[in-house]
Design a protein around this ligand. Structure first.
Ligand SMILES: NC(=O)c1ccc[n+]([C@@H]2O[C@H](COP(=O)([O-])OP(=O)(O)OC[C@H]3O[C@@H](n4cnc5c(N)ncnc54)[C@H](OP(=O)(O)O)[C@@H]3O)[C@@H](O)[C@H]2O)c1
Length: 512
């Protein structure tokens, strides 16, 4: 069908997934995330012809930046951070529609000026346009921005239409249950839930999306995906880096807030949730919330379900590195954890009795994120372990980063005249099968928000279900100060307390 024959609203929709004409307003546009991720994401979407013909960017921030300077800043960001090289004609299409507006985040009159600019764009293109607000500022100003989007009427622009206003909110989403509830309260006073897209960039990663496909598009896994066949699950998000120059920021956060409450709880939910009735965003998110609510409250303290630790000086990649307490910006008496390990029990029919172990830390031996599902051992009558039979439990691991892929450990016969066995690993690597130039998480997420698909975003009740589990741990740790804080040398796989957490159940951490 020729573009001119389509319904007026559909004319000019992008080729593949139908994003309507859009103006993306980035709050905090002079910042690091905009340069590192958002501008390169938009550029690559344009490169792939996924943006609508009428597409505009308005950068917003407190500093006054001339339009030309902001465009140059964006060009430099693409050169430095995009996965593809800068192609002038691709970028020029967007650059021509990119401008900057200076204003405070708590000044209603500046939001009125923003509304006027969006009206002007609509007059220029001769049609209604979807406003997509991207809040990419520190969380201290999330509230004022949201309230001013409400007060200026921008939050309700084209409400009820497919191109109604939408808002993307960056992490962190609250510091605990009370602040997450407060932020959700502000959001709900201004936007309808369907207009809201809370980012967890982990959900934009190919491998995380593939978890749903692997689980529900392959009939071999689902019959085994329960307490009858699965022994335990381990989820690891390990970083090699320390806090670097961000010690001051990290002191306010810590590993539980930074990684566990958001990314890792999402990984648990996707691994363990029931099959959704459809691939619809609400159906998937309903199942995730049900799962998060089925996780039993965690015991804190000696013999509890959680371990926290800080890294001490050690060797990383052949170099001596300082301990956390010696890092710049860190209180030498700090009670902030750089490592957290948890043992979760899920109280439902499927998972009763199957421990889910989570660990995340900085300055660990290797940068790796993976989900490893270990199956029960087969009855040992035929191939009892011994000199001839080296048996390992079957383990299916999803490699989230780096080296994205999937591997399965199975026992096999060593070729020869004697029956001897050995565990072997079957590997699937995305880069080998599909090439290595896969889209970045932010490309997928920005496009999904543009078309109003919330599947890969966190719903308000999910944030609260996850904080409900983590807040009592944080409160107990704050009350305990440094008491009970474990330690691990930089470059190791974590503290002894984390090993003890597993050994109680006869388990051991994997070496990913
Ligand atoms: N950077 C990353 O890689 C990354 C990754 C994941 C999530 N995030 C999240 O994304 C958001 C933005 O991150 P970012 O690294 O881009 O932040 P940033 O560079 O520190 O700040 C972004 C912009 O916000 C404004 N701003 C900074 N401090 C402010 C304050 N105290 N009060 C009001 N405005 C302030 C500044 O713009 P003006 O001075 O021009 O107003 C700044 O350029 C944060 O919520 C962060 O947690 C960032």
């Amino acid at each position: 069908m020729a573009d001119s024959q389509r319904h007026p609203f559909l004319q000019g929709l992008s080729k593949h997934r139908g994003a309507p004409p859009t103006v993306v307003v980035i709050f905090g546009a002079s910042g690091d995330l905009t340069a590192r991720k958002l501008i390169p994401a938009v550029y690559n979407l344009s490169y792939d012809n996924l943006l609508p013909a009428d597409f505009f960017i308005i950068g917003y921030g407190r500093k006054s930046i001339p339009d030309e300077e902001f465009r140059q800043h964006a060009t430099d960001a693409i050169k430095e951070f995009s996965r593809r090289e800068l192609k002038t004609d691709v970028w020029e299409r967007i650059a021509a529609n990119t401008r900057y507006l200076a204003g405070s985040y708590d000044d209603k009159s500046a939001f009125d000026r923003l509304a006027t600019q969006i009206d002007e764009i609509e007059r220029k293109v001769g049609r209604e346009i979807q406003p997509l607000f991207y809040i990419s500022t520190p969380p201290s100003v999330f509230g004022p921005i949201l309230l001013n989007l409400g007060a200026s009427g921008l939050a309700r622009k084209h409400l009820g239409q497919p191109h109604e206003a939408k808002v993307i909110i960056e992490k962190p989403f609250g510091r605990d249950l009370a602040t997450a509830r407060e932020l959700n309260g502000i959001i709900r006073s201004v936007f309808e839930e369907r207009q809201v897209f809370r980012i967890d960039h982990y959900l934009g990663k190919e491998t995380v999306q593939d978890l749903l496909v692997q689980r529900f598009a392959n009939s071999i896994f689902e019959p085994l995906w329960n307490r009858n066949f699965i022994d335990s699950v381990q989820i690891t998000v390990a970083e090699e880096v320390g806090v670097g120059s961000r010690g001051g920021y990290y002191e306010q956060s810590g590993g539980l807030r930074d990684m566990v409450q958001n990314h890792m709880m999402q990984l648990v939910a996707l691994t363990a949730m029931e099959p959704p009735v459809s691939l619809d965003a609400e159906a998937i998110r309903d199942e995730k919330v049900k799962l998060l609510r089925a996780i039993q409250a965690l015991a804190v303290g000696p013999d509890g379900d959680v371990v926290r630790a800080q890294y001490t000086a050690g060797m990383v990649a052949g170099k001596k590195v300082p301990g956390y307490l010696e890092e710049t910006g860190v209180n030498p008496q700090s009670g902030t954890e750089t490592y957290a390990a948890l043992r979760l029990s899920i109280n439902n029919w499927r998972w009763q009795g199957v421990p889910f172990y989570l660990r995340s830390g900085k300055r660990l031996a290797r940068r790796v994120s993976e989900i490893a599902v270990t199956f029960k051992r087969p009855p040992g009558t035929l191939f009892a372990e011994g000199a001839r039979f080296d048996l390992a439990p079957n383990t299916l691991s999803f490699q989230i980063q780096p080296d994205e892929g999937l591997s399965l450990i199975i026992n096999t016969k060593i070729p020869g005249l004697e029956t001897r066995t050995q565990p072997v690993k079957m590997n699937f690597r995305y880069s080998t099968t599909f090439g290595s130039n896969t889209p970045e998480a932010y490309e997928r997420l920005v496009l999904d928000a543009m078309i109003g698909d919330g599947t890969l975003f966190i719903r308000g009740d999910e944030t609260e279900a996850s904080w409900r589990l983590c807040t009592p741990i944080l409160e107990a740790w704050t009350a305990a100060g440094r008491k009970g804080m474990d330690a691990y040398p930089a470059g190791s796989w974590g503290p002894p307390g984390a090993d003890a957490l597993l050994s109680k159940n006869g388990h051991k951490w994997r070496q990913p």
